[in-house]
Design a protein around this ligand. Structure first.
Ligand code: 13P
Ligand code: SF4
Length: 303
């Protein structure tokens, strides 16, 4: 099938199957183009909780499809590539949660949405990179175990010093690759550019940045700024939206390997196949849904 035929068939199937397509900014540009809703993790969670269509095609990684299923269990959630998974989502242990719960009476387990449904089941509240500061500040608890991302956790710890934030060793392999020396090189190459980074970057990279924020916040910052050159410290998928919204501005990656290979597994062919066969679907048990729902709903409430 040609590229144009694929797009036409996807549009027809969407109507036939009462489906919408949601996509994260990190998926390929050609997938973003055919999607009904494109955004960061928080935006997509909000959208997934309120759609009227019966089928959601989730163009992203597993934890995103799982969250959509938890928030809308009666819907069919299609993952075009079920092997697209976020390594960081698995980088925390239930045994560590249990250990800290025994140690601190008032412990709140704050779980970055980039986590498995199992980790969410054992957590008190979810956060994304765009609402973590707001939610942690609102919690009455002094002691917080932040899972799984050590970098977002460290950023929250620095910005909310009144809390005792216990960190966990998880990380995003894509953002971890960006080092302070890469920033220095990029600054020399683009001396007039502002440096915008994601809080999944390491603390020394965030320290060097002009701004740290979620993918949506980075896009918004660039859009509002009077500056017309930016060095971007996050996955290259955001460049599509950045260039679309700011056609007269220039964007440079810090280095050339800011690519999430799992997000890039989603292709137009796989979206078409998912809609055509109505598979693969996200399946979770009733217990997983009811227990993982509570921290996700609390996030939607507090944010
Ligand atoms: P945001 O969507 O919150 O910016 O997070 C980025 C990310 O790594 C998603 O996998
Ligand atoms: Fe996971 Fe990092 Fe890929 Fe996001 S960019 S899905 S955190 S590996």
């Amino acid at each position: 099938m040609s590229h144009d035929e694929l797009i036409t068939r996807i549009e027809e199937l969407k109507k036939e199957k009462d489906a919408v397509i949601c996509a994260h900014y990190y998926v390929d540009e050609e997938v973003q183009k055919i999607s009904d809703y494109v955004g960061d993790s928080f935006y997509l969670a909000k959208v997934a909780a309120n759609l009227k269509e019966q089928t959601i095609v989730f163009c992203g990684v597993s934890f995103m499809g799982e969250s959509a299923k938890v928030l809308s269990p009666e819907k069919t959630i299609l993952m075009p590539d079920p092997t697209a998974d976020c390594p960081m989502a698995h980088m925390a242990m239930v045994s560590a949660i249990e250990k800290y719960r025994k140690h601190y009476d008032d412990l709140a387990v704050v779980c970055y949405v980039n986590s498995t449904a199992e980790l969410k089941m054992h957590s008190d509240v979810c956060v994304t990179s765009s609402n973590a500061l707001k939610i942690v500040r609102k919690l009455p608890n002094k002691n917080i175990f932040f899972i799984p991302d050590i970098n977002l956790g460290s950023y929250v710890k620095k910005m909310v010093p009144e809390k005792n934030i216990i960190l966990n060793e998880g990380f995003c392999p894509v953002h971890k690759e960006i080092e302070a020396t890469d920033v220095e090189t990029a600054r020399v190459a683009h001396p007039n550019a502002k440096l915008l980074v994601h809080p999944e970057c390491s603390p020394d990279v965030i320290e060097l940045a002009d701004y740290a924020g979620s993918t949506s916040e980075i896009i918004e910052y660039a859009n509002q700024s009077e500056c017309d050159e930016f060095i971007i410290g996050t996955e290259i998928g955001v460049f599509y939206e950045l260039k679309k919204r700011c056609p007269n501005k220039e964007f440079f990656p810090i280095k050339n390997n800011q690519i999430c290979k799992d997000m890039k597994k989603i292709s137009l062919e796989k979206v078409y196949n998912a809609l055509n066969t109505m598979s693969p679907t996200v399946e979770l048990s009733d217990e997983e849904i009811s227990r993982a729902k509570s921290p996700l709903m609390k996030m939607l409430e507090l944010a």
